[in-house]
Design a protein around this ligand. Structure first.
Ligand code: ARG
Length: 559
């Protein structure tokens, strides 16, 4: 918050647009020099003055009761009044309460395909989407999460064919995804020998599209058993959805879109299919109707977007989907634009990169897959082993190991910039040291344990006094300063739509707290210092819990 204050005044002095100077503020090499530094080199040319002179002038003009400005070479260093800052932060610190901002954000997330394994892309979409969902909510938006299930398409013809030939209800109920995958793989193996299988599959899909009773019954059954398995995963990942509206939901909403495109003269024939040309936007045409007249993925997304805008009243439409679908979304948004939907520029694809597990890709072809459930189980069993060794007396061991193991997977994903590729090592992710979820959780539990042991009811008056006299050593001061940044970090995370900003913030706080705790006695400190240090410990626990909650990670009081 002090950064904003400094930035605003500099903008004012330099007659700059609001927000410019704040972005230029740097952290001095150590906090003895100051808490923020403003470099004046860049101004030399436009102001025709030496940077040193500019620094001197700016520092003289700068005025703030609790922030001191000192010229140091070509920099203006800003030093916060530690006592005043501490008083503000420690005495008024309470939880964040967002005021509603009136905008509705619809977030498309997870969206796995029925009868197929829950892929790693779906895992990332779930975890990133859910974090963004909570961040928007925290900032006062009305948020609606939608699971856009892949529950329609020609693959269901294949699935029904395979099930009719080789399927078995008992096996499918017991392990829906494995059995579906086995059927899928077998179908592809056997079509090489027996091409009539393809014809049969096409026929089943045709029957499905015509609402044939048996086809529908089998389809619904596949959807139900798959969902049961997905839901088990969602529960472990602590994720739920406001709406589960699969692709099939739009079956009766696409004719209107196709007709509108036709009336607007946007449809053109290309090799028997109907497309919208997009060469003006430097893109290949967007396919709307296949040559046999059936609609496809982009057509569904057009109907979906219109539904989200018109019915769900979305102001922002976000799609958390892997980077490989970038072209698809650019095309869909461009077609919406051509249809005169000005709100198309509020549609946004939020892409992310590939993730591999110990170098292994999750791929469904030939059935070579790493199952998400196995990944989660492995993380939990590793967490169990570590806890068993570190703290064998712990109560609720199984539940806490679940929180730590799952937290490790979520954090291991979210600490990275979403767009990069990740090579995930489960072993590394569950360590209690290093940049991991368990490290943050453990630090949180450590802070909680200090507070438990102190067993002290806060005395406002004593704290007031102590703030005035406390000598702010570097470790306490750095921790305090960072604790005050959480709202800035939330805004920054939303601006970039990056949960990693929150994960990094949590890591910073955890590191700073551990350093603070290393250099300072807390429980055995004398009364006034103890007041301050317990308050810092309490704020640490609060902020870590805040950050972990935003990321979708539980923060047990004891580990
Ligand atoms: N089911 C799709 C897939 O697995 C992802 C759907 C993403 N959302 C959307 N509105 N297209 O590739």
């Amino acid at each position: 918050m002090s950064m904003i204050q400094i930035g605003e005044q500099l903008d004012n002095l330099l007659k700059w647009e609001v927000g410019t100077a704040e972005k230029m503020l740097e952290l001095p090499p150590n906090s003895e020099l100051g808490d923020f530094a403003f470099p004046c080199f860049v101004l030399a040319k436009s102001l025709r003055k030496a940077p040193q002179q500019i620094a001197t002038e700016l520092s003289a003009q700068f005025q703030n009761q609790t922030i001191e400005a000192v010229a140091e070479g070509a920099y203006v260093n800003f030093r916060l009044d530690r006592g005043a800052y501490a008083a503000k932060l420690l005495l008024q610190a309470e939880g964040h309460t967002a005021s509603p901002n009136g905008e509705t954000v619809v977030i498309d997330m997870s969206s796995p395909n029925i009868a197929k394994p829950f892929g790693v892309g779906h895992l990332r979409s779930t975890v990133i989407g859910a974090a963004l969902y909570r961040m928007y909510k925290e900032a006062g938006y009305k948020t609606i999460s939608v699971n856009h299930l892949g529950d329609w398409g020609t693959q269901f013809g294949k699935q029904i064919t395979a099930y009719k030939r080789w399927g078995n209800e008992e096996r499918l109920n017991a392990s829906p995804i494995r059995e579906s995958l086995a059927l899928y793989v077998r179908f592809h193996e056997e079509t090489d020998q027996d091409p009539t299988l393809e014809i049969e599959a096409r026929d089943w899909f045709r029957r499905l599209e015509q609402s044939d009773e048996e086809a529908l019954r089998l389809w619904r059954y596949f959807v139900d058993v798959s969902m049961k398995e997905f839901d088990r995963m969602y529960e472990r990942l602590c994720v739920s959805f406001d709406k589960v509206l699969g692709e099939s939901f739009y079956n009766d909403k696409m004719t209107a879109v196709v007709e509108e495109l036709q009336q607007q003269g946007l449809l053109e024939e290309s090799e028997g299919a109907q497309v919208v040309r997009l060469e003006n936007q430097d893109m290949p045409p967007c396919l709307i109707l296949k040559s046999d007249g059936t609609t496809i993925y982009p057509t569904r997304d057009l109907a979906t977007a219109i539904y989200r805008h018109d019915v769900l009243k979305a102001d922002k439409l976000l799609y958390v989907v892997g980077a490989e679908q970038t072209l698809h979304f650019r095309q869909v948004f461009a077609v919406l634009q051509k249809m005169g939907r000005a709100w198309a520029d509020q549609c946004q694809h939020i892409p992310f990169g590939l993730m591999k597990f110990e170098g292994k890709k999750m791929s469904t072809r030939k059935g070579k897959v790493v199952f998400l459930e196995e990944v989660l189980d492995e993380a939990v069993s590793r967490a169990t082993a570590i806890i068993e060794q570190k703290n064998p007396q712990l109560q609720n061991k199984a539940d806490i190991a679940e929180a730590v193991g799952i937290g490790a997977i979520i954090f291991g994903d979210l600490k990275n910039n979403r767009i990069g590729e990740i090579n995930f090592s489960i072993e590394e992710a569950v360590q209690f040291e290093g940049e991991t979820g368990p490290y943050v959780q453990y630090t949180h539990a450590r802070a909680c344990s200090v507070l438990r042991k102190a067993n002290q009811i806060e005395n406002k008056q004593e704290l007031d006094q102590a703030v005035g006299t406390y000598t702010w050593d570097e470790a306490s001061w750095e921790l305090l300063k960072r604790l005050g940044d959480y709202e800035i970090e939330l805004n920054r995370g939303l601006q970039r739509q990056e949960p990693s900003v929150i994960a990094r913030y949590a890591l910073d706080i955890a590191k700073l707290f551990n350093r603070f705790y290393h250099y300072n006695k807390v429980l055995s400190a004398e009364a006034a210092d103890k007041q301050i240090r317990l308050k810092l410990t309490q704020l640490t626990a609060m902020r870590l819990n805040w950050a972990l909650t935003l990321l979708g990670i539980r923060s047990p009081q004891e580990i």
